[in-house]
Design a protein around this ligand. Sequence first.
Ligand code: GUN
Length: 293
Amino acid sequence: MTEVIDGKRVAEDVVSKVKALTSELSAKGATKPGLAVVIVGEDPASQVYVASKSRTAKECGFHSLQHTLPADTTEEQLLQIIGDLNADKSIHGILVQLPLPGHIDAGKVIQTIAPEKDVDGFHFINVGKLGTGELETAFVPCTPAGSMLLIERVRGKDLSGLNAVVVGRSNIVGKPMANLLLAANCTVTIAHSRTRDLPALARTADILVAAVGRPEMVKGDWVKPGATVIDVGINRIPAPEKGEGKSRLVGDVAYAEAAKAAGAITPVPGGVGPMTIAMLMANTVASAYLAAG
Ligand code: GUN
C-alpha cells in the first residue's frame, strides 16, 4: 500500500512544538519570538502566502509584524526598512517575500538581512554553512527543511546510502535540498532541464524530489517501485471539468500514476506546502532562543 504523506498533520506537530518552545521562552522572561514579513507590490499569490505566514506567527504566540509596501517602493527605502529590522531587538526573523519587483535587486536585499535573522536561509552565510555541513548553526531554507522532515518520517533518520534524485536546481529548493540529502549520507544527483534521459535517472531514485514548477511533469513510469516521492510543485492549471473558468492545484508529479509505483508520496495540496510555513516558525523560535542566550 502506498503511504500518502500527511504534510498538514506533520506541520501541525511542528507548530505545536513551536508553541511549547515559545511558552518556555516567556516563562524564562525572555523576549517572545518576533517575525517581520515584508512584501512589496500586489502579487496575489504572494499576498496569500504572506497572510498565512503572519497568521501562523500569531497562532504560535509570536510578535508578528508585517510591512506591506507599494510596488513603486525604491530599493533604498526597502534597504532602510531591513536595516531598521536588523537593529530591532524585538525581531528575530526577517522574511522578504519573493519575487520582488524588477527594479529592486533581490540579491542585494537578501544579503542585507542580518544572517542571524535570516529565517529564510538565503544569506550567503547560511548557504555556506549548509554547504559545509554546519547544520547546527545554519538557518536552512524552509521548503527543503520541511521536505526533509517528511522524508525522515517515512524512512527514519538513517538515509545512509540511499539514492536521491532532486529534479530542479533552484537556490530556494533544489540546491539546499540536495545539500540536506548529502549531509544525510544519500548519494545525490541534481537533475535539470539539460539532464539527459531524465526518466531513466529518476528511476534510480529511492528518494525522488520534484521541484521544477512544471505541472505533472514527473510521470508514473519515472518512479522506482517503493520510492519516496516528494512533490514540491504547486501549479494552478485550468479545470474546465469543474466549470468554466475554474482551476485546480497540481504538483510537479502526475500524482495518480506516480502513487501506484511509490512507497510513499506527498499529495498537492496538503503535502510539502504546509511544511514551509511550519519550518519558518521553527527557524524563528530557534533564532529567539539563540538571541536569549
Ligand atoms: N517565495 C516563494 N517561496 C518563498 C520562500 O520560501 N521565501 C520567500 N521569502 N519568498 C518566497
